[in-house]
Design a protein around this ligand. Structure first.
Ligand code: BGC
Length: 800
């Protein structure tokens, strides 16, 4: 890992699927895994995958005698295929030649993937192959690849073939292999003009159409070579083939430019006509690359994080920003999509959207707020479905699905396969009702960062009111306790979905859920003062919010029940948590290592993780991640619970010992909550979170898609966690606790229409107002508030 590049110097077949995910190229509209151009899907080695943002389809599979419908992010036709052979020989296969040199490089600055192979075949012919490709950030419908082929000790003919391959299925995750995977049906394939072929396919249920047009050219000494192209067409497949005479040491360059359009596009007549029309307008690979690299330069200008830390940390932080921006970017705006937890990089979790946005939006809010706004609109457009879900479950307001896809219905699977035991088991994680609170939290954070009153008035307010109404209706008053309770839910920790002695799914009074419910209701009450009276009236009428409802909201905000362990200040993860058995951590860690999926391990041993005080991920500790101690102490005080800052440290220590970090999100939260109390441990957790994907610490999961929450979360950990960046009371607060290991930091944030540069060393912080189109803003540094105007710059000496 270098500052701007990720490089592999040898070919390791067992690493290939992981590298494909990590070398995925995308532009927020679609993405393609970093598979070799000449390879087709082969279990365990190659999995070329192309995914369209919002490109879902449903299929029904029969499992254990039941019909189960699943919605998947579809694997679209593979546009990569390009290969060669010597006449009469086999098509090129990296495994069948002797590799003299191998180098694969992901250039994050330009968004370019390059591979350089020097190999010798069985006839002792030595050849150099250099491949380069990108998915254009400048024109979201364009992607391009280039091959430079040089015969080093031979001259002769080669046959070259390029294709668009629609005969693909969703087969990237082995656990799903019993499920139906044929999402695409061929529509048509053909030749457009002398140098272009096309392919059109349609999803079988959602009827989304994708058309791809590919133009093939070759150059010698930068001059076009006259190609005699033969076209081969089969259902769902279009290929071009030609023969070239190669001369020793004279490179030939081949360019395949591909145009992609879908029926989800705006401003088109229909995908195929657009693809064929627009491919004719595209320039050379070099020209397109230039535009693409400039688009990336503009993004990096806004989004880069420069540190003086070691190359590896710097490189990984950039890799995380890179993959985030490849999944959602300016190209996503207007496209009605959310952020899939595993990016557009693989098929894990079927491309669904979870609460991970909570970890992802803070980075975007402070750089590309127009994008977060768009991603929040994805939720807003699905409010009717969330309202319906609430009604069906017997509640009011809006209940968002734990897993969301095309139309916002609940996409969580009903049963899932434990690959460790081979058994299909009921999946009750859909009971994570806290997802709705995350939606409201994200709305509020966006509003804090932007002060976007228009959005709050017409979109955010409605979301928050409807979610508050949901929490109010799911809460029940327990007269014995004199408090409100929320029963039958699951918290963020997915190991606990029911009580060990119960047949009913769900737990009572998950502390995180209950506090979040109170917080949402408090924000909704605040909105009565923030929004104008006319709009408040309109919303109350539209959502049937009565004066009694508001009185109940106030009552809940004062009387929600929060479970504690006995008389200690330790918050119980849920009611009854204290009765669970302690888990034999030592023995299991010795056998399975640090990050464990205890749910799967214990089930395969005939045991049940529900019995133990063992969490998959941060649950109670999420509260200290999302709220400052001041905000949290205020909530507890209003609820009349005795909770002091010292309790926070006790809670962290308690749950740290009882968490297996079976989710990559977990270490982010742990690093965050320890940032101020135990810098050494915080740094360690940060380091673990940082390598979650590059080192695939969950053992095989990254190959199925990156963990976008952990990726964005690590960057946010630096930006907000270590910077102590917080927006509170109309002030942007900065209170850095920069780990020594990180050295210096240099980055920009956009806060309420201002671009602010921050330069931080271990002892000083320089804050400059670069560009802006609004008036002054207030910035608080280590407790003191300053007013900044455009062009101003101040340097602060930091007290440690
Ligand atoms: C975690 C969830 C997360 C999901 C998608 C699960 O393993 O437990 O918290 O939302 O992965 O990233």
């Amino acid at each position: 890992m270098q500052e701007w590049d990720m490089t592999y110097d040898s070919w390791e077949p067992e690493q290939q699927l992981l590298r494909e995910a990590l070398c995925t190229l995308g532009n927020g509209y679609f993405a393609t895994r970093g598979a070799f151009e000449e390879a087709s899907a082969e279990r365990g080695i190659h999995y070329p995958g192309t995914y369209l943002a919002g490109g879902y389809n449903r299929l029904t599979s029969e499992i254990a005698g039941k019909n189960i419908e699943n919605e998947d992010l579809v694997n679209w036709p593979n546009w990569l295929p390009l290969t060669f052979r010597h006449p009469g020989g086999e098509w090129f296969d990296i495994r069948k030649v002797e590799l003299i040199a191998f180098r694969q490089e992901l250039d994050m600055r330009q968004g370019l993937l390059q591979r350089r192979l020097h190999f010798r075949d069985k006839q002792d012919r030595e050849t150099l192959l250099v491949s380069r490709r990108f998915v254009s950030m400048a024109n979201k419908h364009v992607t391009a690849l280039q091959w430079e082929l040089t015969p080093l000790n031979w001259s002769g003919a080669v046959e070259v073939a390029a294709a668009l391959d629609g005969r693909v299925t969703n087969s990237g995750v082995e656990r799903y292999s019993a499920l139906q995977s044929q999402h695409l049906a061929p529509v048509q394939q053909g030749r457009h003009n002398g140098e272009t072929i096309f392919l059109e396919v349609q999803t079988v249920q959602s009827r989304l159409v994708m058309a791809q047009a590919a133009r093939l050219r070759a150059y010698r000494d930068s001059k076009p070579v006259d190609l005699q192209l033969e076209v081969r067409l089969e259902e769902g497949y279009a290929a071009q083939q030609f023969t070239l005479q190669l001369e020793q040491n004279k490179p030939v360059v081949m360019e395949k430019i591909v145009q992609v359009h879908t029926s989800r596009d705006q401003a088109i007549t229909e995908p195929l006509q657009e693809a064929c029309k627009n491919i004719e307008r595209q320039g050379t690979f070099g020209h397109l690359l230039e535009r693409h690299a400039l688009a990336w330069q503009r993004l990096w200008n806004r989004c880069d994080f420069e540190t003086s830390c070691n190359e590896k940390t710097q490189g990984i932080l950039r890799l995380h920003i890179f993959h985030l921006l490849q999944t959602v970017s300016a190209n996503t705006v207007g496209f009605d999509v959310g952020v899939p937890a595993r990016g557009l990089h693989g098929e894990a979790y079927r491309g669904h959207i979870f609460w991970d946005e909570l970890f992802i939006f803070p980075f975007l809010n402070l750089r590309l707020p127009e994008l977060t706004r768009e991603l929040l609109l994805y939720r807003f457009r699905r409010l009717p479905e969330a309202r319906y879900a609430a009604t069906q479950a017997g509640y009011r307001g809006a209940m968002f699905p734990w897993q969301s896809g095309s139309n916002g219905r609940e996409e969580s699977q009903v049963i899932h396969l434990n690959p460790q035991s081979g058994r299909w088991l009921p999946d009750n994680t859909f009971l994570q009702r806290h997802i709705s609170a995350a939606v409201a939290y994200n709305v509020w954070q966006y509003y804090q960062a932007t002060d976007d009153m228009g959005f709050m008035t017409f979109v955010g307010g409605e979301l928050i009111f409807d979610i508050a109404q949901f929490w109010s209706s799911i809460a029940t008053f327990n007269p014995e306790r004199g408090r409100y309770e929320i029963r039958n839910v699951v918290g963020p920790d997915e190991y606990h979905t029911e009580y060990p002695d119960s047949d009913e799914p769900g737990l009572n009074n998950n502390a995180y859920t209950n506090v979040m419910a109170v917080w949402v209701i408090q924000v909704a009450l605040k909105l009565f003062d923030i929004l104008d009276d006319a709009r408040v009236k309109e919303l109350c009428q539209k959502l049937s919010i009565t004066a009694e409802d508001q009185a109940r909201w106030r009552d809940i905000a004062a009387k929600m029940y929060i479970p504690f362990i006995d008389d200690s200040g330790i918050i119980a993860q849920f009611e009854g948590y204290e009765r669970l058995a302690e888990f034999p951590w030592e023995a299991y860690r010795e056998k399975y290592g640090e990050a464990m999926r205890l749910d799967r391990i214990l089930e395969s041993e005939g045991d049940n993780v529900n019995k133990y005080k063992a969490s998959k991920q941060a649950d109670v500790l999420m509260l200290f991640y999302l709220f400052s101690s001041k905000e949290l102490l205020d909530i507890f005080e209003r609820l009349q619970y005795d909770f002091s800052p010292a309790c926070i440290l006790e809670n962290i220590a308690y749950y740290e010992q009882r968490t297996s970090h079976g989710s990559t999100l977990s270490k982010i939260v742990h690093a965050w909550v320890l940032a101020r109390s135990d810098r050494r441990k915080a740094w360690h957790s940060f380091q673990v979170a940082l390598v979650s994907d590059v080192e695939d610490i969950q053992g095989g999961t990254t190959a199925e898609g990156i963990h976008l929450g952990a990726m964005a979360g690590t960057v946010d950990l630096v930006q907000r966690g270590f910077m102590g960046l917080e927006i509170r009371d109309e002030v942007l607060w900065l209170d850095p606790v920069l780990p020594e290991e990180l050295g210096c930091l240099n980055f920009h944030v956009r806060y309420r229409s201002h671009w602010i540069s921050i330069r931080l060393t271990q002892h000083t912080m320089r804050v400059s107002f670069d560009r802006s189109w609004s008036k002054e803003v207030r910035i608080g540094v280590q407790g003191q508030v300053y007013t900044f105007k455009t062009g101003e710059q101040r340097e602060f000496t930091l007290m440690n």
